[in-house]
Design a protein around this ligand. Structure first.
Ligand code: NAP
Length: 302
């Protein structure tokens, strides 16, 4: 079993805290430079975000996407469908609008913001976004392409953000044991596929997994996306492991709490990507990177 080196003070390790905001700034600089080249050739990279409900969390996230787009020279369009006056759209109406946005030659990336109204399912409505413009990996064909190792498909931005963090922190994947807690199509499964593509040996755990602490302790790299605050404590983390917390649950006191008990695993993990301030900002930066790549490919430059 491979152990990561980490500094020790007495019997405790020094846990390096990932700064997702710094990683996002580094990525944004590179994305803005690519966007600049495209704009000088007459192409303005454009991301269209469809928001089918008036959920306050979605509205907050969409504003952060708009700010990130403005910083990177991308045009961010927001298309609101939900609202108390108009009522919530049906799955067919959402699919139709996504297809319409995808047909717009000025639009390079299309995102369907969750949550969706009851009766609508992201995998179904996401099928309306062609793979080349599916910058948040909502179309099941994108997940299939990822599984098959096809070029030109985009992973869901959150899963790609996990890999960006590992790359930025220079965490080797090849031959390492990775455990992903959570098997959703938007985070757990694509994160597992990306780790597998990096030659890690991957286990996917979920709510029926027997003895979760023992499974997690096998991990050199532990990625947690369950949406269960403090699910992961000291019993789940092998000394020296790298822990990436993806979970975000609104805290009673405001803000967000992750799935990892950060205080309890500090001094055990070698690296911890915390919530907030870890995967979240990198996810938005990935979305911008994907949009510029989609624009470059559409222009035959990707
Ligand atoms: P999801 O669809 O609800 O999936 C949760 C997964 O966790 C399921 O596979 C579930 O297992 C598993 N799980 C639940 N309780 C568990 C337990 N006690 N032990 C082991 N596994 C358990 O959620 P999601 O959409 O993947 O999101 C996961 C978390 O990531 C959420 O907190 C979400 O808010 C967050 N998130 C963050 C970002 C970001 O930072 N930008 C983006 C997307 C999501 P079963 O399959 O057996 O039910």
């Amino acid at each position: 079993m491979v152990h990561f080196s980490s500094a020790r003070i007495g019997s405790r390790r020094v846990t390096h805290l990932v700064n997702g905001r710094t990683i996002a700034v580094t990525m944004a600089t590179a994305t803005a430079a690519m966007a600049d080249v495209l704009r000088s050739g007459g192409i303005t990279p454009t991301l269209a975000v469809l928001v089918p409900t008036d959920d306050p969390g979605a509205a907050w996230y969409v504003r952060s996407i708009q700010r990130a787009a403005a910083r990177t020279g991308i045009t961010g369009q927001v298309h609101w469908m939900g609202g108390q006056r108009s009522g919530l759209p049906s799955a067919a109406e959402i699919s139709d609008r996504l297809a319409e946005l995808s047909r717009d030659p000025a639009v390079h990336g299309v995102v369907c913001q969750t949550p969706l109204p009851a009766g609508a399912d992201l995998a179904r409505v996401g099928s309306a976004i062609p793979v080349g413009r599916d910058v948040d990996g909502a179309n099941p064909a994108s997940l299939g392409g990822l599984a098959a190792g096809l070029p030109g498909v985009f992973a869901p931005a959150t899963a790609a953000a996990v890999l960006q963090i590992l790359r930025h922190e220079r965490i080797p994947l090849s031959g390492r044991r990775a455990v992903v807690v959570g098997r959703s199509t938007v985070v757990g499964k694509p994160a597992a596929l990306l780790l597998l593509a990096g030659h890690a040996t991957v286990t996917v755990a979920h709510s029926r997994t027997a003895d979760l602490p023992a499974v997690c302790r096998e991990a050199d790299i532990l990625v947690v996306a369950a949406g269960r605050p403090k699910l992961i404590g000291p019993d789940h983390v092998r000394p020296g492991a790298v822990v990436i917390d993806v979970g975000t649950t609104p805290a009673d006191s405001g803000g967000l709490v992750g799935d990892v008990d950060a205080v309890a695993v500090t001094g055990i993990a070698s690296v911890l990507s915390p919530v907030p301030g870890g995967v979240g900002p990198v996810t938005t930066a990935v979305l911008m990177q994907h949009t510029v790549r989609a624009a470059a490919r559409a222009a035959g430059q990707g």
